[in-house]
Design a binder for this molecule. Structure first.
Ligand code: 13P
Length: 254
């Protein structure tokens, strides 16, 4: 049984003050969740968050990382620096980074291998635009994004990784994929992994992201290949995020 994971992607939101309040709500509410809980704050707040969560079961991740380990890369953060701060995870290839900062499949693959090498668990984001869905090429688009990383890093790299399916049209729009749409893509992702290695495919957690909230989480997480969520807006509200984490634990416990 894969342990459910609920990750909060705070994106570029918060201040040290608002984060203090959010974390105190999460720490008291997440004590007894069955699901693994992860928060991914903006990089400048990572130290504050890892320090505050030291004694808590809530894990911390970054939203991006450099593919380089050190050197003349102004403005970038190296994988080893994230480890140094106490991070366990890093989100890679989020559609906002692909669309707004031009990240390519090759760059995402290079970041994935650099993250793993440093000891971070990558969360690889894949997803189609509305136009691609309407053209009927959703599974090809996601297959290409995933295959770039499998080819570059090898299938064994997915033993310590997580995949997040985030349809671009569902991010921040309030328009969630139906549970059936999510399951169809999650199954295709698992089958693609399975062609390379069956046991890695069975163990790899595949999260759904895109307007997940307390009201729709149960239906999404009830699907067999949906192993949790990557949550944006709703992860900024402690009560709602805790509810989503509890729902994930309930849906995935037999
Ligand atoms: P929303 O939950 O705000 O739609 O964002 C999803 C997302 O992009 C998480 O990475």
């Amino acid at each position: 049984m894969r342990r459910a994971l609920v990750a909060g992607n705070w994106k570029m939101n918060g201040s040290s003050e608002s984060i203090r309040t959010l974390l105190s709500g999460l720490v008291s509410g997440c004590q007894a969740t069955v699901a693994e809980v992860l928060v991914c704050p903006p990089s400048v707040y990572l130290a504050q968050v890892t320090q505050t969560l030291q004694e808590s079961p809530i894990a911390v991740g970054a939203q991006n990382v450099s593919e380089h380990s050190a050197g003349a890369y102004t403005g970038e953060v190296a994988p080893g620096m994230l480890i140094d701060l106490g991070c366990q995870y890093v989100i890679l290839g989020h559609s906002e980074r692909r669309a707004l900062y031009g990240e390519t499949d090759q760059q995402v693959a290079a970041k994935f291998s650099a993250a793993l090498e440093a000891g971070l668990k990558p969360i690889l984001c894949v997803g189609e635009t509305l136009e691609q869905r309407e053209q009927g090429v959703t599974l090809q688009v996601i297959g290409t994004q995933l295959q770039a990383v499998i080819d570059h890093c090898g299938i064994a790299a997915f033993a310590d990784a997580v995949i997040a399916y985030e349809p671009v049209w569902a991010i921040g729009t309030g328009k969630t994929a139906t549970a059936e749409q999510a399951q169809e893509v999650h199954l295709a992702i698992r089958q693609q992994l399975s062609q390379a290695d069956k046991s890695i495919a069975e163990g790899c957690r595949i999260l759904y992201g895109g307007s997940v909230n307390a009201a729709n989480a149960a239906e999404l997480f009830a699907k067999p290949d949906v192993d949790g969520g990557l949550v944006g807006g709703a992860s900024l509200k402690a009560d709602e995020f805790i509810t989503i984490c509890q729902v994930a634990g309930e849906e995935k416990t037999v």
